[in-house]
Design a binder for this molecule. Structure first.
Ligand code: F6R
Length: 242
């Protein structure tokens, strides 16, 4: 894992943006796995800014949604769908044919996961996977616990996840999420882990300890050969490893 300390959130976002743009430059029809939440907002803004002067760069880009809350309407402002639509898909002009998405209100969640597994088998692997670090060390909705699941599944959300800012104003806080599994994430050719925002000190300290444990799902990223972990120094302050 390459650990990159960034001065602040803006420099983290610009560095992450350059990494993704250089990958798209080399492979125009790249499959980008997109997390939501506060950490990748600046990265997505950097892509959108680039698209204003180089629309063609994104003309073949494909996107897969990393995870979704179960039970929110797709147009709920807290849904991952609405987030990606506003921040990434619409501004970059990603057509439905170039987007693989877990539905937020599936009538049969298990069937929805099966559908995504087979989409990924057909159209994967992911080329670049953008992840945020949960305050409890989760990635996607792969929550800490005695076991982790390899493939797309329905996840019971931890209390920490249920307190996430995205669903703070939801009418009913979701109890479940749909998420790509650990193997599907680890099969990505390149992973970019963004560590930004309040309350991440303990989780990132655990990751940097180098121990791999199911109680800290992000620690499994040590098993991958091509991970960039970008850390916003301001967020992890006062814990500051230098
Ligand atoms: C969201 C997701 C989550 C977040 C994580 C960090 O799609 O997959 O794992 O990345 O909870 O959230 P933020 O970036 O809001 O701190």
């Amino acid at each position: 894992m390459r650990i990159l300390y960034c001065e602040d959130y803006e420099s983290l976002s610009l560095r992450a943006g350059s990494l993704v743009i250089s990958e798209i430059t080399q492979k125009r029809d790249l499959l980008l796995c997109a997390a939501t939440g506060s950490s990748p907002i600046g990265l997505y803004d950097a892509l959108v800014t680039r698209s204003r002067t180089d629309r063609a760069l994104f003309a073949a880009l494909r996107v897969i949604k990393l995870d979704e809350w179960v039970g929110l309407l797709e147009n709920d402002p807290g849904s991952c769908e609405q987030y990606l639509r506003t921040r990434l898909l619409d501004p970059l002009g990603i057509s439905p044919a170039r987007y693989i998405a877990l539905t937020s209100a599936p009538s049969e969640p298990e069937e929805e996961c099966k559908r995504i597994r087979s989409e990924l088998e057909q159209h994967g692997p992911i080329d670049v996977c953008v992840l945020g670090l949960g305050i409890n060390g989760h990635i996607g909705f792969n929550e800490p616990g005695p076991v982790l699941l390899p493939r797309c599944h329905v996840a019971r959300l931890s209390d920490d996840s249920r307190r996430h800012a995205m669903v703070r104003f939801a009418d009913r806080t979701p109890h479940f999420g749909l998420t790509l599994g650990m193997q599907e994430i680890l099969a990505a050719k390149r992973i970019i882990l963004l560590v930004a925002g309040a309350g991440k000190q303990q989780a990132i300290a655990g990751v940097l300890s180098g121990e791999v444990t199911t109680t800290l799902p992000a620690s499994f990223l040590w098993l991958h050969r091509n991970v960039d972990c970008l850390i916003d120094r301001e967020s992890v302050s006062p814990w500051n490893p230098g």
